[in-house]
Design a protein around this ligand. Structure first.
Ligand SMILES: [Fe+2]
Length: 214
């Protein structure tokens, strides 16, 4: 069986990259769940990267002298990627995208081997770049999955604090001596003094006109 020509392999890689871009965009729109914002942004990051990549791959196919496929029908016929499913859960979307990235990376590895065989350095360089890009994308997707993800681990990790230095023992302050208190509350004390005859008051003089007893 004859090996798939390099440009045919490149065309398949282009179709799969386009299909993956569309799947990432689909999941960007339809993802739901508690990690919506993070996944919505991650999927956008990836379909934007793919949007630039498909242009580079298509133009590389042109430099190799072949026509670049560029219709949905052609892409559907060339790509072996599964269709996106908008009803997937957020974790199923991550898993699907990670596997699709693995699949596209495998196609680019086939491009790499074919390019090395014919000594096409340009195609080797492109294939190496794409293998690396899909490896990174798959890592980011898997790291975001479930509670095994790096982000979730960081979230659930117990907060460890440095132990507090021992407090310096406060010098025990001597209790202040209390002023002597009257057995009566202040107001009652004043009232008691007011009803006493002056002579009976401490230091008081007998009233004028009052007969001295005795
Ligand atoms: Fe958007």
């Amino acid at each position: 069986m004859a090996a798939e020509p390099l440009t045919a392999l490149l065309s398949r890689a282009l179709a799969e990259s386009y299909a993956l871009m569309l799947k990432s965009h689909n999941y960007h729109w339809n993802v739901t769940g508690p990690y919506f914002k993070e996944l919505h942004d991650l999927f956008q990051l990836q379909y934007e990267e793919l949007f630039l990549a498909v242009d580079e791959i298509a133009e590389h196919i042109r430099t190799c002298g072949a026509l670049a496929p560029g219709s949905l029908r052609e892409f559907a016929a060339l790509s072996q990627l599964s269709e996106p499913n908008a009803t997937n859960s957020d974790m199923e979307m991550l898993e699907d995208l990670a596997r699709s990235n693995d699949a596209v990376a495998a196609t680019f590895r086939a491009v790499l081997r074919a390019a090395e065989k014919v000594g096409d350095d340009g195609s080797v360089d492109l294939a190496v770049q794409r293998v690396r890009a899909h490896g990174k994308a798959a890592w980011m997707l898997r790291a975001s999955m479930s509670r095994g993800g790096a982000k979730s681990e960081a979230r659930s990790a117990p907060v460890t604090r440095a132990p507090r230095p021992p407090r310096l023992a406060k010098a025990k302050a001597k209790p202040k001596p209390k002023p002597p208190t009257s057995p009566l509350p202040k107001q009652e004390e004043a009232a008691a003094i007011a009803v006493q005859p002056r002579s009976a008051r401490p230091g008081g003089r007998p009233r004028s006109g009052a007969k001295a007893s005795g």
